[in-house]
Design a protein around this ligand. Structure first.
Ligand SMILES: O=C(CO)[C@H](O)[C@H](O)COP(=O)(O)O
Ligand SMILES: [Co+2]
Length: 218
């Protein structure tokens, strides 16, 4: 089974509850929440209070992608907000092993995200602490960017590592994924696909979600 995670980054921020309800009704099992602080990435979005309000509308998995400096400082807040998965960036934590351990100790699934410029090999010594690897296929900060093809090579490497070390590992790809390339992304080994602009920018959001899910599980 492969999972679609619509990113609310491209939804109307004044109507996030409705956005979540719409994509869940269409069959999306994860809701991807992009948290940006204006320091780690050059954009600011939302924080734990908004995630907490949103939680009341989410029936499935709340998948929080932290693009922030000092993630350790906010892990408890996202636990309190009801996050199921919290993903932190390798590049944002000085003691990433400890950060991942803390996420799990709070009772959430731990995700590790790699920027396009970070070699995939860094995950090897962290695999015991990770429930999900997020391969960024754009430089984080904005929706609607173009997919960086080399991400597929990184996904293939993660898939090989997962076969050896953790068959349950979730492998997520985020950035520039649309109906035109989602099959390629899944074939490379991704089992969780984030899509923001291709879902919320579509003329018919319900149809877009359904088409994604059909292509991902053919
Ligand atoms: O983390 C992100 C950006 O940093 C977003 O999740 C991602 O960009 C989704 O948007 P799109 O599908 O439009 O590329
Ligand atoms: Co994201």
């Amino acid at each position: 089974m492969n999972y679609l995670a619509p990113s609310i980054l491209s939804a109307d921020f004044a109507a996030l509850g409705e956005a979540v309800t719409l994509v869940e009704a269409a069959g999306a099992p994860f809701i991807h929440v992009d948290v940006m602080d204006g320091h780690f990435v050059p954009n600011i979005t939302i924080g734990a209070p908004v995630a907490k309000s949103l939680r009341k509308h989410i029936k499935g998995v709340m998948d929080v992608h932290l693009m922030i400096e000092n993630p350790d400082q906010y892990l408890q807040d996202f636990k309190d907000a009801g996050a199921d998965i919290v993903t932190v960036h390798y590049e944002a934590s000085r003691h990433i092993h400890r950060t991942l351990q803390t996420i799990r100790s709070l009772g959430m699934k731990s995700g590790l995200s790699l920027n396009p410029g970070t070699p995939v090999e860094v995950i090897e010594c962290l695999l015991d602490e990770i429930d999900m690897v997020l391969i960024m296929s754009v430089n984080p900060g904005f929706g609607g960017q173009s997919f960086i093809p080399y991400a597929l090579e990184k996904v293939k490497t993660v898939k090989e590592l997962a076969k050896k070390h953790n068959k349950e590992l979730l492998i997520q790809v985020d950035g520039g994924v649309g109906l035109h390339n989602v099959k390629e992304v899944v074939e490379a080994g991704a089992n969780v696909v984030v899509a923001g602009s291709a879902v919320f920018g579509a003329e018919d959001v319900t149809k877009a979600v359904q088409e994604f899910i059909a292509l991902m599980n053919e």
